[in-house]
Structures are given as structure tokens and as C-alpha cells.
Ligand binder design. Structure first.
Ligand SMILES: Cc1ncc(COP(=O)(O)O)c(C=O)c1O
Length: 547
């Protein structure tokens, strides 16, 4: 009871401050009110220090300020209207308080109902509680922020500069960003004033209950110009890819790098066929082939800068130059493997960047999300419409998880890189391994391009075992620390035989491209590299000693 009484006293004090601030009560009423609170608090204190003595009864009700007079009723109505005008919905007084005789209080018989904590509105129970679990996870919003919740990730200047996703912007860009967000999302100036460089803003539109990840302040182009980036989250990487494909119309043509994630190739092939879109697959490592494949109706060129599973590197800048020669052609880059931490395709001339955030961006194997980043307003609107129309909106909780995971992206990516390199070096020295493909090794085919284009590489390693399909299968199933799983980019290491993944290539086509049954693709996680290497060692031994 004491606990409840002291909480009530605290609430009363807050309400009194509110009344004082908004001039709801006359000065003498405020004084009475304060005396009444003081009396309550001192009786609580006395009761706590002398538990045996009965707590003092509350002061007589006539001393409590009441709203029963006509003039006070009027003043309160005026105040209510003013609050409504100011869009101040979170703190509402219960309807009971407007009645001439206050209703019996809930906690103590002498409490006027107007002094009780605000009740939930029956018409809209969300008024006080917020629309979803997420609102309780977000930072408390500004008082007059009616329709939106906004989350800020505070990054230190050092971490902001270390993370290319959340880079610093000059003051002019900051101002531009603020006005842009304000224009689009009608966030009040007060909220905008809390935005800083490196913030991620999450906006919830309460009327539609849909979430967007918007306006990451990022991607400075040091040599040329800065980018103001728009981002749109999708329910999966494939949903993001599908949305981009739907930017095309029947009769359009597009060029696709022929060494893409096999699932995507299949997706693209089937969808393009149905939509009446003509597709040309080319090896985008050779720009002249991309140029030669261009047609008058070419609208999209699609590449992965580092391919899955063979880790071939594409010169993004060179392809961008070819695409820019063709007016109205979009250059899409699936940057899932490198993330914005190691490669910023927009800096090299890409029109839009696609991520499967399921992989490294989130990095914990607990989310399925896709993500498109671009700096073109019209295309952003078009993608937004596709996202809404196709229902490929992400779940709020997964957005929350992604926002949380992004905070550790630089640390994770660095660790993936060093672990991956340690594993690649170990495999290179193994006699049962025929060949290792890893961007950090000396024999990597595109080292110069890698140094020019990327600031690092992820934890992907591909290697050919000296053996047949059966050996490869025995190897991946003997792993204990590393899981035999399709997904990649998470904290846990995974290994997979790409030839066993669903693909639209025939086995002969796949073998021609180097995807043979003895090829293993590994996503090196964040475990201690000694554990990963010990596991690989025991798997290799058990595979090849059983032979
Ligand atoms: C490069 C790449 N893009 C897109 C995807 C599809 O992403 P999601 O699994 O989130 O649908 C994958 C999946 O492995 C991928 O590797």
C-alpha cells in the first residue's frame, strides 16, 4: 500500500507540474494542491519510519482542488481544445473528470477522479499504450509527435566514420536530409532537431501500421558528390529483387551477369519469361560484352560485385560507365556479400543497391529481410508502390532486429574477414584440398581490382576437395562446429555444396562454370578460428581416412 501511495504521490506531483505549466488551475488552487500532496508524502514518510503508527488520514476533500465550478469547467474545456490543436494525444484526462461530481476514485476514497492516472480511451485503446510492442522498444518520442515513432541509434563519431553505412555528412547535407524527412514524413521540427549525422531513422506510420527504414545518412562520395540515400526494406532479399524486376515492363530488355546466386538466376529467368521481358546473360567481368549486349529497349543491368559461390569480382565502375552510356538504363548491384561496409556501389555509379539483409547486414541468422538503397526519388516511389502492392513489407520486429544488428556491422565484418582469411590459409596448405578461392589469398585473380574497389572482403571461402561428390557430401556432414546449411553471413559458420543448391543450370552447364560436385562454399562465422580449423581438420581426416 505504501508503495502504491508513494507512486500515486509521484503521479500527483507530475500532474501538478503539468497544471502549473499549462495554467489549468489558479495559483491558490495550485497551492492547495501542493499542500495536499505534501501532506500525503509526509504521512507516507511517517508511516515508513514508524510502521506501528497508523498512517495519517488524507486531508479533507474540501481542500482538494476540484473542477466542479462552471468557470473551472470552461477553463478546462479551453485547455482541452488547445491540446487537441497542438496534437498532443498521449496525455489525456479521463472523461469522468468533466463531470460536476467526481466519480469515486480507484485507489483511495478521497482522491478526485481527475487526479488519477490517465485512463485508456475506449474508442482508441492505443492512445496511451502505443500501437505495438515495438513502440515500447523505441526511444520515447517527442511530446508533440503525434503520428510517428522515431528511433535514433546514437553512434560515436568514430564508429560513424568507421561504418560506411552510417557515414558523416557535411552540415548542408544534414539540413537537406532534415527537410527531406520533414517533407515526406511530416515529422515535427522538434523531432528533427534530435537527428544527427549517422542516425538511422525509423518511422512508423500509425494509420497504416507499416514500417519503413528511411533516410540513412550515408555514402559520401569523397571525390565527386555526396549522396542522400533512400532505403526501403522488404520482407526478404528475393522480395527486394522481385520488386526491382517489376520496375520493368513487358517488352523491355535486361542484361544479367551470368554468374549470380543460382536461386536469383532461376527467379529472374522464370519471372522475366512470364512478364515478357527479354533477358541476356553475359559475363559482366568483360565490359565490352555488356556493351555488345545493349539493345534499344535495355532498361536494366544486374550484377553481383563478387559472385556466389565462385567469388569472381566484377568491375562495378567500368560496368556503370557502360550503363550510363544508355539513357534511362538502371544499374542494379546485389551487394549482399560485401555489404556497404566493404563496398559502396553507389559511389561507383550504381543506380540502386540490393541487399539480402538476411545475410551479413543482420548477421545473426535470425531474420529474413531484403533491402534496397538508392538516391532516385521517382524510383523510390515506384519501388514503394510495388512493395505495398505486392505485400512484401517487412515485419516490424525484424526491422528492429536489423537496426540493432547494424550497430555491430563494422566489428562483425572485420572479424568475418580475418576468420575467413585464416580458414583459407589453412585450407590452402591442406593436401586434400585441390584449390581455394578467397580474395585475401595471393593467387586471387582480381587482387588489384579488389584493392581499388573494396575496403575488404567478407568471410566467404570456396574450395575444391580432391575427391568426388560423395567425398564432398561426407565432408560437409562430418562437420561439427560448422553447420551444413544454405544460409550465410551469420555469426555461425556454415558450409554447403553449391551443386546441391536449387539452380536452373543443368549439371553440365554448372560444371562448365566451375560449380562441380566437389566444390564447397563456406561462410566463415565469428567463432574462434582455431575451433573452425580444428573442425575442418577432423572432417577432412574422417572423410579421407575412411576412403
Ligand atoms: C547474393 C544474394 N542475393 C539475394 C539472396 C536472397 O536473399 P533472401 O534469402 O533474403 O531472400 C541471396 C540468398 O542467398 C544471395 O546470396
Amino acid at each position: 500500500n505504501f508503495c502504491m501511495a508513494s507512486k500515486t504521490a509521484e503521479r500527483l506531483q507530475n500532474i501538478r507540474l503539468h497544471f502549473e505549466k499549462h495554467h489549468v488551475l489558479q495559483a491558490d488552487s495550485l497551492e492547495l494542491y501542493q499542500r495536499w500532496i505534501d501532506a500525503l508524502q509526509s504521512s507516507i514518510a511517517r508511516a515508513l519510519t514508524h510502521p506501528a503508527s497508523p498512517p495519517e488520514s488524507p486531508p479533507p476533500t474540501q481542500e482538494c482542488p476540484s473542477f466542479s465550478t462552471a468557470s473551472q469547467d470552461k477553463a478546462r474545456d479551453v485547455e482541452k481544445r488547445r491540446q487537441k490543436k497542438q496534437r498532443f494525444p498521449r496525455w489525456r484526462f479521463s472523461r469522468q473528470s468533466s463531470k460536476a461530481t467526481p466519480a469515486p476514485p480507484r485507489h483511495a476514497s478521497s482522491f478526485p477522479s481527475s487526479l488519477l492516472p490517465p485512463a485508456r480511451s475506449r474508442q482508441n485503446p492505443h492512445r496511451l499504450t502505443g500501437p505495438s510492442v515495438l513502440s515500447s522498444l523505441t526511444r520515447p518520442s517527442a511530446r508533440n509527435q503525434k503520428r510517428y515513432e522515431c528511433q535514433r541509434l546514437s553512434l560515436t563519431p568514430a564508429s560513424a566514420s568507421a561504418c560506411p553505412l552510417l557515414d558523416r555528412l557535411p552540415e548542408t547535407k544534414r539540413v537537406q536530409l532534415r527537410s527531406e524527412i520533414k517533407k515526406k514524413y511530416d515529422i515535427t521540427a522538434k523531432t528533427l532537431s534530435i537527428l544527427e549525422v549517422g542516425d538511422i531513422v525509423r518511422v512508423q506510420h500509425q494509420t497504416t501500421k507499416k514500417w519503413d527504414l528511411i533516410a540513412k545518412i550515408m555514402e559520401i562520395k569523397p571525390r565527386k558528390r555526396s549522396y542522400l540515400l533512400k532505403t526501403l526494406a522488404f520482407s526478404s532479399g528475393v522480395a527486394a529483387i522481385t520488386a526491382v524486376i517489376h520496375l520493368l515492363n513487358c517488352g523491355d530488355h535486361w542484361i544479367v551477369h551470368d554468374d549470380l546466386y543460382p536461386g536469383v538466376i532461376k527467379e529472374l529467368r522464370d519471372m522475366a519469361l512470364k512478364m515478357g521481358i527479354e533477358t541476356t546473360f553475359v559475363d559482366a567481368r568483360y565490359c565490352d560484352r555488356v556493351r555488345a549486349a545493349m539493345q534499344p529497349n535495355t532498361r536494366l543491368v544486374w550484377i553481383e560485385p563478387i559472385t556466389n559461390p565462385l567469388l569472381n569480382l566484377v568491375d562495378v565502375e567500368a560496368v556503370a560507365r557502360v550503363v550510363q552510356e544508355k539513357k534511362g538504363c538502371v544499374f542494379a548491384v546485389d551487394n549482399t556479400f560485401l555489404t556497404g561496409y566493404f563496398l559502396r556501389p553507389l559511389e561507383f555509379g550504381a543506380t540502386l543497391v540490393i541487399y539480402s539483409a538476411t545475410k551479413y547486414l543482420n548477421g545473426h541468422n535470425d531474420v529474413t529481410l531484403g533491402y534496397v538503397a538508392l538516391n532516385d526519388d521517382a524510383m523510390y516511389e515506384a519501388l514503394w508502390n510495388i512493395q505495398q502492392g505486392a505485400g512484401s513489407v517487412p515485419s516490424p520486429f525484424e526491422c528492429y532486429l536489423l537496426l540493432r544488428s547494424l550497430k555491430t556491422l563494422p566489428i562483425r565484418m572485420e572479424k568475418h574477414m580475418t576468420n575467413g582469411l585464416a580458414v583459407a590459409r589453412y585450407l590452402q596448405a591442406e593436401p586434400h584440398v585441390e584449390k581455394v578461392i578467397h580474395p585475401g589469398l595471393d593467387d586471387y585473380s582480381s587482387s588489384a581490382l579488389l584493392r581499388h574497389q573494396c575496403s575488404g572482403y567478407s568471410g566467404m571461402v570456396a574450395f575444391y576437395l580432391r575427391g568426388c561428390a560423395e567425398d564432398a557430401h561426407r565432408f560437409v556432414t562430418s562437420l561439427r562446429v560448422v553447420s551444413n546449411a544454405d544460409s550465410l553471413g551469420g555469426c555461425e559458420s556454415t558450409a554447403k555444396i553449391p551443386a546441391c543448391l536449387g539452380t536452373s543450370y543443368t549439371p553440365e552447364e554448372a560444371a562448365l562454370r566451375g560449380i562441380t560436385p566437389n566444390l564447397v562454399r563456406m561462410s566463415v562465422g565469428l567463432e574462434d578460428p582455431k575451433d573452425i580449423i580444428a573442425d575442418l581438420d577432423q572432417a577432412l581426416k574422417s572423410t579421407f581416412t575412411e576412403m
